[in-house]
Design a protein around this ligand. Sequence first.
Ligand code: ADP
Ligand code: MG
Length: 846
Amino acid sequence: MTEQHFKGLTTHKAKELQEKFGKNELVTEKKENFLHKVLHVITEPMFLLLIVAATIYFILGEPKDGAIMLIFVIGVIGIETIQEWKTDKTLKALKDLSAPQIKVLRDGTEKVINSLDLVPGDIMFISEGVKVPADGIVLKASTLAIDESSLTGEAEAVWKVTQDNCTDTSTDYWRKDYCYAGTLVTQGTGTILVDKIGPSTEYGKIGQNVLSAPNNPTPLQKQTGKLVKLCAVIAAVLFIFVGVVTYFNISDHAFIDRLIESVLSGVTLAMAMIPEEFPVILTVFLSMGAWRLAKKNSLVRKLPSVETLGAVSVLCVDKTGTITMNKMTVRDTWSFTNDTNSLIKIMGMGCKADAYDPMEKSMISYCEENGFSRDIIFGGELIKEYAFTDDLKMMGHVWESNESIIVTAKGSPERILTICNLKASEKKIAENKIIEMSSQGLRVIAVGQMNLNNIDDIPETLKECSLELCGLIGLADPPRESVKEDIKTCTKAGVRVVMITGDNGITASSIAKQINIPNSDKIITGDELNNMTDEELKERVKEVSIFSRVVPEHKMRIVNAFKENGEIVAMTGDGVNDAPALKHADIGIAMGKRGSEVSREAADLILLDDNFSTIVETIRNGRRIYDNIRKAVGYVFTIHIPIAFSALLAPLLGISPGSLLLLPLHVVLLELVIDPTCSIVLERQPAEEDIMERSPRDPNEKMLTSKNLFKSIFQGFVIFSASFGTYYWFLNQNPDNAPIARAMGLTIILLANLLLVHVNSSSYDFAVKSFIKAINDKIMWIASLGTLIGLAVILYSPLNSFLKLAPLSIKQLPLAALIAVVSVAWYEVVKLVRHIKNHRSMKNNQ
Ligand code: ADP
Ligand code: MG
């Protein structure tokens, strides 16, 4: 049967069937409805406080104030809900992008669809590395082997056959002409008619334990969770303190008034103290970060990886395809028997006719260039295949034509030579040639043949063969153009690049030299690795960056050796056997193009373009995101200090409740500014210029180091002194006009807030740089203008009386602006001092 006989389904029919049978998933995802989300937002302590404040206004007989308060509250809830909705959407889109896919026959053509959308009746194509997504009947199989251990516990792979070829229609429950969901294709290809999907599959029946894992909080989320709790406790203590002080301050009021006013001032303080922005910052920054990465070809599968990325200190990469282009060309041939034509032909016969391996493809086209068409090479009848395995590193075919039987084999020279019939002197000649070709960075493949007289003489395995050596083939697979530059970047960034390859050491080392990997003459081979203890390996990896002739199983030991040394390891992989190493690595990176489904499932990150540069770019972005989270948290601290301290200090100074700098209304107003500043403005801050010139972050380091905390608090105090001082001075000048004093104070806080983002965008580069970067950024303009327009509205529109503010005069406004600038820009002087110091020390070093 050929492909043409299978028609598959039409899209229309598939849709119908999907309505009938549902999606191909084990558990249907629960949809969280909108109301649920709003409820989630309003049960947060912050909102409870807001509601309490609004209620108090109503009780106080100031329904106008209460109403404004409620409008603001709705505004804040709105912002939060939109944010949550957006992050949910982003995360879902990411999930869809990285969902398992499968090739099917739809509308008469081959298409790749999400496995979720499979329906009974679909024709699907499976191949090595695919995790079978549904139960189905085998229509066609070519050396199709499937690992069914997840279902049967049987470690040995099962060879699948079609029904006609299925000899044992035995009693066995697990059929040979049937494929089961959840099992793994380890070899070959197959065409399957989907029979059962989702919960009706065998896997689905036992699949209760495979419920999707809950989203665990990331390390950062845990850290901030603790921080928020700490702040909440402090807020509760101060709530009582401020309440009591207020109560005694206004002893001339009636009891009920005293009580209400003290609760209100307590609530204001508590509102100012609770850093409810922290969790929001994290989810928004991480998910938006992941989304931006996805647009740049790297798909994050697990959100915490975005954090970890910035801390990566060792990057283990496969040579072929990631560092090199995986575009092989035959560069050199060396015939042992002085018969180059025969060498080329035998090499071709050792390839698969339907080759997808770039190396085999290039070999076949080399044959064609030299006059050996496909008809000539693949003209005979293929009567046996010796499959390639990572351990064997060679493969072979047995061809029959015109009564003659010939075994053709090719593979790594070390292995082929061991099964060749060679004298010691002949072997020496070949080995010298191998070294010569490898030193040029070529992949060397040995080709051998064996003629047989009888079908019964065909050996069971390749190892039992006794070949005649035909010669050697040298293939070039040049490094990607950008790799040299990328390695330089990594070296500067303190990230060690480690090359892992199945090729031989000389080839690997020659390529490593071409791209300037440090220590490129030190190599560990797979055999050496086998004879090493974990302790020895741990020591050796401190200086060796090249691993040659390794098999995927070695990768896990390599990952663990680095991890033992305290490194944060990123590791690439594409094959089925790479999955364990990908899981063990701190960041497992699967290849989107050539990677197997299984490796993708085990990975934290999928590289859509298989390109090394993308990994480096991803690390840069990981660092940027972490940096911005840090800045945002610092910012939140800074900006909360003027708010909290004015709420704390006012009762101590005996300011009457009606004349406070910040009434609850104003606190909410500020929250309305702080939230977007964090989640929009700070989230999109570009990376600092030296971000790839720093060493990787210490993974154990706290998000808020004491140095940063001190800086934030100090900056906050300066803004507090400026705003509260101005307010207090104005209030003393004119005790009856609290609105004007308040307007001054509030304007200073709002303008300082605007400037703070730019000043803090780097602790070394001047704010001017950040301004220049922001000039072309529409969103930054919108956010900044939004604050300014908002300020104008609350000061100069009729709204001001509602908000208990007064318009600032033509003299007062510039004064407020000036004070705001000074209260933030002083940090630029600190930077200047740093620059001068740096300059001096550079001079002294010369
Ligand atoms: P890498 O890790 O660089 O991709 P592989 O694991 O693909 O290397 O291959 C390791 C070695 O196995 C190669 O250097 C080559 O000697 C041999 N090899 C790979 N593919 C084939 C093939 N299709 N036929 C014969 N030998 C092969
Ligand atoms: Mg390969």
